[in-house]
Design a protein around this ligand. Structure first.
Ligand code: ADP
Length: 421
């Protein structure tokens, strides 16, 4: 919109002196020209004869809807609004398109936004006005002349100019409110993270002391303590360690930076599996568990660090819960064009059908595993990590035979993985 067409020179000069490359662009875009200005001003006397009647009808209409009536319970306010409403439409016909015009429309938008009036009600006012006004100047049954159509055209352009200016102010206010809310959320989130950080420290310090005291009692007086009491102390110590792990796991989720979630890349699942495997290796050796990889593993779209945690949790669980000698863990994968299915299978105790979904909920553990150290959070975190990457996780299992945990992720071209961590 660089060239302004046949727009009223006087109107455009005022517009230019106003704020107002913006106003000029709006006038130009709507095609508001000198002839529109004349047509609008020529209608002002007509409007004057109808103004009072219109605002009365309009406020009756507003009062008939609970959504708008609740703003209008003060009769004095209603009186003032009726005056302002007449003034508003009067100035639309007067068509003084200058900076004061723009400011006035913005004030209206701002006032609506301040009072929480939805834009639909504001637009409804223009709708009511057009309905009323056009009904009076072009009554039903009357032949519509070319002049009438021109007058209506000019009026519609002016209405759209008004609506545009007012809504702009409205949305600006809403954007500001939103920004304030986001700032507050960000601040609260940071405070919460700090709180979590310090609280975990405060909780873990005495837990460490209790665990050490248990250790010392067992070391120094172990022989003098009855075996049943020794077992109870050892059990207390395990519980303390478990609680400490739970705090760590909860913290790792609550302190995770939002940006940690963003980096997604093509990941070589085989390389990531072997990184996780290194961490589980000591337990596999200790428990005489054989690890087998069946075939090559694919590249997928994933977040590398998160996928490593997923593998680690599934392998560590398998290693922890396998109850057979020798134990066996198998990892395999299948891909179709769009999706790869990674599978971690074990010959452990299996999971009954009624628990196969529940074990992904926080703190859910099989009753028979309550004597094994664990927090009941591992699979919950694993599921949330997989879902963060747009994937799915589930288990198929047969009691006494074993479990197969499946992770479905988006397939990637089978190219070397980009290393980004
Ligand atoms: P945790 O291992 O810390 O208890 P998880 O959320 O990782 O927590 O697992 C929840 C429960 O699911 C475990 O307590 C266990 O009862 C069961 N479970 C998990 N993995 C296996 C598995 N491979 N075989 C049998 N049971 C399992």
């Amino acid at each position: 919109m660089s060239e302004l067409p046949d727009v009223s020179r006087s109107a455009m000069q005022r517009a230019a002196m106003a704020d107002s490359a913006d106003l000029s662009r709006r006038l130009s875009f709507l095609g508001l020209q000198e002839k529109d200005l004349d047509r609008l001003r020529a209608q002002l006397p007509v409007f004057e004869t109808l103004a009072q009647q219109f605002v009365e009808a309009f406020y009756d209409y507003l009062l008939s809807f609970p959504e708008t009536a609740r703003f209008l319970n003060d009769p004095q306010l209603v009186q003032r609004l009726k005056q302002a409403q007449q003034e508003h439409f009067r100035s639309m016909f007067a068509a003084q398109w200058d900076d004061e015009y723009v400011r006035q429309r913005r004030r209206v938008g701002q006032a609506h936004a301040d009072r929480g009036v939805q834009p639909q009600f504001f637009l409804g006012a223009y709708n009511q006005f057009l309905h009323f006004y056009l009904g009076r100047i072009c009554p039903e049954g009357r032949t519509i002349a070319a002049d009438d159509v021109d007058r209506v055209r000019s009026l519609l352009k002016a209405v759209f100019l008004d609506i545009g200016l007012t809504l702009d102010a409205y949305f600006l206010q809403m954007t500001r409110d939103l920004q304030q809310a986001l700032d507050l959320l960000w601040k609260l989130n940071n405070e919460l993270r700090q709180f979590a950080h310090f609280t975990s420290h405060d909780l873990k310090t005495p837990l460490g002391t209790v665990a050490n005291l248990c250790e010392e009692v067992l070391d120094e007086f172990g022989d003098d303590i009855p075996p049943a009491a020794r077992q109870m102390i050892a059990s207390a110590q395990r519980t303390v360690y478990r609680m400490s792990t739970t705090i760590d796991e909860l913290l790792s989720v609550s302190l995770r930076e939002p940006r940690d979630e963003a980096v997604e890349t093509i990941v070589d699942t085989e390389a990531v599996l072997h990184e996780a495997l290194e961490r589980v290796r000591p337990l596999l050796t200790k428990r005489n568990i054989q690890f087998v990889q069946l075939g090559p593993l694919p590249h997928v779209h994933a977040q590398r660090a998160q996928l490593r945690e997923v593998f680690y949790n599934l392998l560590a669980n398998a290693a922890k819960y396998i109850d057979k000698e020798p134990g066996r863990i198998e990892v395999s994968a299948t891909c179709n064009g769009t999706e790869c299915l990674l599978c971690v299978a074990d010959n452990g105790p299996g999971i009954p059908p009624s628990e196969q979904q529940r074990i992904f909920a926080p703190f859910r553990r099989l009753a028979k595993h309550h004597h094994v150290a664990g927090s009941g959070l591992g699979l919950y975190f694993t599921k949330s990590l997989v879902e963060q990457q747009g994937g799915r996780i589930w288990v198929e299992s047969q009691v006494d035979v074993g479990s197969r945990f499946y992770v479905a992720l988006r397939a990637a071209p089978q190219a070397p993985a980009a290393k980004n961590d």
